[in-house]
Design a binder for this molecule. Structure first.
Ligand SMILES: [Fe+2]
Length: 102
């Protein structure tokens, strides 16, 4: 493992540690619906989760800038996937809104 890759792995690990639940639990922003068939609720929850992932990967991209191009390139690729997922679910939500189902 190269020094740059090891540094990237450490950065990722630190990123994960940073996102461990705090000792005092935070109030979740997304709560499960009472109805398992509440699709709009699920779409909003997935969209929120994708946004969280995008924010996290953007922080990794910033922290690896100039230090670890390999990790940064990999995370940029993952970020594109997450942005595509979010666009997909935002599209679903627009369709539900257009149908008057939200
Ligand atoms: Fe995703």
């Amino acid at each position: 493992m190269s020094q740059a890759t090891r540094q990237g792995a450490l950065t990722l690990t630190r990123g994960h540690q940073h996102h461990r639940p705090p000792k005092t639990p935070r109030r979740p922003t997304f709560r499960a619906s009472d109805y398992q068939t509440d699709i709009v609720h699920v779409i909003k929850g997935v969209t929120e989760a994708e946004t969280g992932a995008i924010d996290h990967f953007n922080r990794i991209i910033e922290s690896t800038d100039g230090l670890d191009w390999v990790t940064q390139d990999m995370v940029i690729s993952i970020l594109r996937d997450e942005e595509r997922h979010r666009r997909l679910f935002e599209g679903y939500l627009r369709e539900y809104r257009a149908e008057g189902l939200t």
